[in-house]
Design a protein around this ligand. Structure first.
Ligand code: UDP
Length: 321
């Protein structure tokens, strides 16, 4: 009998790659997704696999979570509101999904005593300007009138609650903070910059760089990220710990735009859009963001294997198809 793993958000961008990774490791998968940002297309290639089961449903449905968690040996909790645009346009949904939804997951993994891997985010560091971020660095948030920070706070609450369950109730919880993660199947609909630039480049539209474009990020390939998640889930030492997962190849958004243009052979212009026009007036961006990945490297030997050029090329191929 294969070990069964529940993936909430299993039809999402990261969830669908995680399902592939875990199927490859010999697990059977129960994926649940409410298809708000997830898509059936993301898992179309898995639907015929007898080890892959999919249910359309929400993590807010307690009966479904109770029953599904009982049927699985481990839970990867990925269902969440993600993407800066979505967070700013639908803040109620963001806060409710990320806080109430995760509370429900903890309630039932605790009831059935199952190991849970919680997907958090580099947003929890907020506008701390340290480089690179270590897991023990401070969270620095802006005021509550700026809705962007609700996402960071909601995910920080998820982390606090998980660590509380671990310390107080001995629940096996592992927290992973994903930094910018990109790859095929990700859409630019909710703000993500790499799929946005690739689509703009292929369509001959202007590449929209927000602000002065000197802000920097590190973009990890989703396949490297899900490998690390799967590996951590199998590690006993990882329990009760928080891990950064990401790439350390730092690039400015200006350089990213140029790189996408070169790799796609596009002659699109690069246009600078003031932040006030990009999202909401007074929008606060993060100036730089880079993970210190020494902890995850020590725990499981993680090293990003796919560089940014390779990843951008994969995304270009995906959109061309
Ligand atoms: N960005 C941009 N143009 C876009 C979308 C995003 O210049 O069309 C910028 C955004 O302001 C940020 C960076 O690209 O500085 C990364 O944005 P993304 O939403 O992908 O991830 P974030 O790091 O903000 O979570």
């Amino acid at each position: 009998m294969k070990e069964k793993i529940l993936i909430t958000g299993g039809a999402g961008f990261v969830g669908s790659f995680l399902a592939e990774e875990l199927l490859g490791r010999g697990y059977s998968i129960l994926a649940i997704d409410n298809l708000s940002t997830g898509k059936l297309d993301n898992i179309a290639h898995l639907r015929d696999n007898p080890d892959f089961e999919f249910i359309t449903g929400t993590i807010l449905n307690e009966e479904l979570m109770d029953d599904s968690i009982a049927r699985c040996q481990k839970v990867f909790h990925l269902a969440a509101a993600v993407g800066v645009r979505l967070i700013i346009e639908r803040p109620v949904e963001t806060i409710e999904t990320n806080i109430l939804g995760t509370e429900i997951i903890y309630k039932y993994v605790n009831k059935h005593k199952k190991k849970v891997i919680i997907t958090s985010t580099s947003e929890v560091y907020g506008k701390n300007n340290t480089i690179p971020f270590k897991e023990t660095d401070d969270s620095v948030y802006g005021p509550t009138i700026k809705s962007r920070w609700s996402y960071a706070c909601s995910k920080a609450i998820d982390e606090f609650l998980g660590l509380a369950y671990f310390h107080e109730k001995k629940l096996p919880v592992i927290i992973v903070r994903l930094f910018n993660t990109v790859g095929p199947r990700q859409t630019g609909q909710y703000g993500m910059v790499v799929p946005t630039f690739v689509q703009q480049a292929l369509l001959g539209h202007h590449l929209t760089v927000f602000g002065d474009g000197e802000q920097t990020r590190c973009f990890a390939n989703v396949r490297d990220v899900v490998w690390a998640m799967a590996e951590l889930a199998e590690s006993e030492e990882a329990v009760g710990q928080v891990f950064n997962i990401g790439s350390t190849e730092l690039i400015s958004i200006n350089d990213l735009a140029k790189r996408v243009k070169t790799l796609s052979g596009s002659d699109s212009a690069i246009e600078h859009v003031p932040y006030d026009d990009a999202y909401e007036s007074g929008f606060e961006d993060m100036f730089r963001r880079m993970p210190d990945i020494s902890k995850v490297e020590k725990a499981i030997g993680f090293k990003p294997r796919r560089n940014l050029d390779k990843t951008i090329n994969e995304i270009i191929e995906y959109f061309k198809e």
